[in-house]
Every structure is written in structure tokens, then in C-alpha cells.
Design a binder for this molecule. Structure first.
Ligand code: MN
Length: 209
């Protein structure tokens, strides 16, 4: 894996939830360090450490695309040719720090880009799954549904994400893209179990410890 790109505010209802107007402010990018990845095997529930410095630790369930071809200024029409496969991921967030830093117009690095902040399930080859342009995406905490939406509600599709990212950065094989979360993000505490789903992928499970 080379770089982890994340899309912020890529579902209109989530953008509004975070205090922005999706008709005026488009989605945007940030990065996490590659070693923020926590690999979670299918069919398991991995222990996930509650991080330091936060009292408001949030889940964000996201579709992840992994690239096997890079490039600059990639057209939308051919962008999905660059995708090796897809996975289910969590963009874990120290929401209190993210908000406080944002309010102060400071980088929100420690709110988003910390150790273990990117749990991810196994990759599934795009040649076998096909593209993920629609389908249910949901997240449960202790069996209770918290987030529930459809991938077709993304403001920027995966193809558009690749095209836009490639205007800002030279994309490379091994880059992965967290494609943004739907509305109703929320907190977890130690002992909580998160179960995530995207139609066509095995569920992803973690327990906060
Ligand atoms: Mn996110």
C-alpha cells in the first residue's frame, strides 16, 4: 500500500450534519498515514484500541477502492480501469479534536490521522465484484443500526474521486481511497462492537477495547 486518500463530506446528508452546505462546498481530500491501517479478517471481530486524547470517538463506514494503475489527469470514463479491488473500511475519528481544530482553522491531523484509525476488511477484485456504484451501506453498534444509506448517494462516484484526485496528485499502484461516509456518524465506547456492511462484500467487525 502506498497512500491512503480519504474523501470528506461525500454524502449530502453527512455534509449537512457536519455543518457544510453540499450545494456550495464540494467534497474534499485528506490523507491518513499508511500504518494507520488495521487489517481485519473476514468473519472475525478485531480488538480496536480506544485512542488517547479523545472523549468523542466516532465511526464512519466507507467503501474503499484500491488502485493497480496510476496516472495524472485520469478521465472519469476510464477511471475504474485503475481499480484493482474494493474493501469495506472504517474512517475512525477523534471528533472532538477534529471539530476543535477545524473551529480554530488548524489542520485536523490528530483528529483523523492517528494509529489504527483505518480498519479495513479484505480486498475483493473488481474483476469479480464489478463496480460499486449502488448498493446498501450500513453500520450497527451492538446490533443497533446507526448508519444506513446507498452507495448511489455519493456526491462523487469512485470514478469521479479517482479523476479529481489525479488532478491534484500523481496516483500510483497501491494507493487506496476511502470514499466518504453517509450521515449519522456517532460515538463508541470501550466494549462496543461495530458491525459494517456493503452489499457484495463480507461484513467488517471490530470491538472497541
Ligand atoms: Mn470519512
Amino acid at each position: 500500500m502506498r497512500r491512503i486518500y480519504c474523501i470528506g463530506r461525500n454524502y449530502a446528508a453527512h455534509a449537512r450534519e457536519m455543518g457544510s452546505d453540499p450545494s456550495r462546498e464540494p467534497p474534499f481530500f485528506f490523507q491518513k498515514p499508511t500504518d494507520a491501517i488495521q487489517n481485519v479478517a473476514a468473519g472475525t471481530v478485531a480488538d480496536h484500541p480506544y485512542p488517547t486524547l479523545t472523549k468523542n470517538y466516532h465511526y464512519e463506514v466507507e467503501l474503499v477502492a484500491a488502485l493497480h494503475l496510476g496516472g495524472r489527469n485520469i478521465p472519469i470514463a476510464s477511471a475504474l480501469d485503475h481499480v484493482y479491488g474494493y474493501a469495506l473500511g472504517l474512517d475512525m475519528t477523534r471528533r472532538d479534536l477534529q471539530r476543535a481544530l477545524g473551529d480554530e482553522k488548524k489542520p485536523w491531523e490528530i483528529g483523523k490521522s492517528f494509529d489504527h484509525s483505518a480498519p479495513i476488511g479484505p480486498l475483493h477484485r473488481a474483476s469479480q465484484t464489478g463496480p460499486f456504484t449502488q448498493g446498501a451501506i450500513w453500520l450497527k453498534v451492538n446490533g443497533q443500526t446507526k448508519q444506513s444509506a446507498d452507495l448511489k448517494q455519493m456526491i462523487w462516484s469512485v470514478a469521479e474521486q479517482i479523476s479529481k484526485l489525479s488532478q491534484a496528485f500523481e496516483l500510483m499502484p497501491g494507493d487506496i481511497i476511502y470514499s466518504g461516509t453517509p450521515e449519522n456518524v456517532g460515538p463508541v465506547l470501550r466494549g462496543d462492537v461495530i458491525d459494517c456492511h456493503i452489499d457484495g462484500l463480507p461484513n467488517l467487525g471490530i470491538k472497541i477495547v
